[in-house]
Design a protein around this ligand. Structure first.
Ligand SMILES: [Zn+2]
Ligand SMILES: [Zn+2]
Length: 347
């Protein structure tokens, strides 16, 4: 459905109400002015929290389950920081600080796309949300019919590509032929395929697969390889898996599940911010929200106002939801799960 003048007025009203709320919060909480130092402090807090927990776990003073969930929680905040860095919200005058912070949030989230490459596709997402060419959201399964295949692809960006590469390449070629993708997008796609998950992502995924296979072989007593060798490799890999990989696998499952279902796909007009997302915060989503920093409640705010840090969205959420309800933004449209994330209920 094309964007009408009524839709444009609605978007203007929502954006203006959210902007007013953010201005009110800035004048109420003076601390919010120190955005750079807040961003850096949050980054250091996350790293210290992960570091201390890892130390206790390595000494045998913390359970593995607690460690994994603890790290998953803090890396969800690092994900939000990366998103803020992509939008240039910290240290605008220091490239060194931005690059250093970006590198750190990547190292602690090794299963993710190179953040300097993600920056391109994230801005693309804001321009083309809900379209075939919204590479970022489609990469995390937005728009797919729900099935076991989508469930397996949800946390895993490598499976997500491998399971669909033939179709995705065909669709991308068609979009390029129709001039909906430009030469610079195609160049960046090639760069993404070659460098997007190197040197961190692909090795991290491969190490994880090997570890999972060895654990399963040992658990079911299948002796394809020497048992002692498998036990040695598993215990050598345990620290990497439990501190860096498994928490991020769980976190990515939670984030990708929420984001791929709260964004609409396929029938959203260009620039129709009011139909790009829904608020997805039903009671049963809370285990997921815990590991994606309440993304389902707050990401819609970001589509209207992109230049606010993630923690401010938590503060503006109550007012934002009032405005959304009044203006007819959808809440907990679970039917979208059965429509391949289409906005329209008639499809
Ligand atoms: Zn979005
Ligand atoms: Zn964004």
């Amino acid at each position: 459905m094309p964007l009408t003048s009524i839709d444009q007025e609605k978007i203007k009203r929502i954006t203006s109400a959210l902007r007013n709320e953010h201005d009110r919060l800035r004048s109420k909480y003076k601390l919010l002015k120190f955005q750079d130092i807040l961003g850096l402090s949050i980054l250091l807090l996350c790293i210290v929290s992960i570091g201390f927990a890892s130390m206790y776990w390595l000494k045998g003073q913390m359970s593995t389950v607690f460690l994994v969930l603890w790290v998953a929680f803090w890396t969800s905040i690092l994900h939000e920081l990366e998103h803020d860095l992509i939008h240039g919200l910290y240290y605008k005058k220091s490239k060194l600080m931005v690059n250093l912070m970006t590198l750190l949030v990547w190292i602690f989230r090794p299963l993710t796309l190179n953040p300097w490459i993600r920056k391109y596709w994230h801005h693309h997402h804001h321009q083309h949300s809900g379209k075939v060419i919204d590479i970022e959201e489609r990469g995390v399964t937005n728009g797919e019919k729900w099935s076991l295949k989508r469930l397996i692809m949800t946390p895993d960006l490598l499976f997500s590509f491998m399971f669909r590469c033939v179709r995705i390449i065909r669709e991308i070629k068609a979009e390029y032929s129709a001039n909906r993708l430009q030469a610079k997008d195609m160049k960046m796609l090639r760069k993404t395929l070659i460098f997007g998950f190197m040197p961190i992502g692909i090795p991290a995924y491969l190490v994880f697969y090997v570890w999972v296979i060895f654990k399963l072989l040992l658990a079911f007593d299948v002796s394809i390889l020497n048992e002692d060798t498998m036990i040695w490799w598993c215990s050598a890999l345990d620290p990497i898996i439990y501190i860096f990989v498994l928490p991020n696998y769980i976190r990515q499952f939670c984030l990708h599940f929420i984001t791929s279902n709260m964004h609409y796909y396929g029938d959203v007009a260009d620039g129709d911010v009011a139909r790009q997302t829904q608020v997805l915060n039903a009671w049963w989503t809370w285990p997921f929200q815990l590991f994606c920093f309440n993304f389902g409640s707050t990401h819609s705010i970001h589509h209207f106002i992109v230049n606010e840090p993630f923690y401010t969205r938590q503060l503006s959420m109550k007012r934002a939801h009032e405005v959304f309800r009044k203006e007819g933004i959808k809440f907990n449209d679970i039917g979208s799960f059965f429509r391949g994330n289409r906005y329209s209920e008639s499809i």
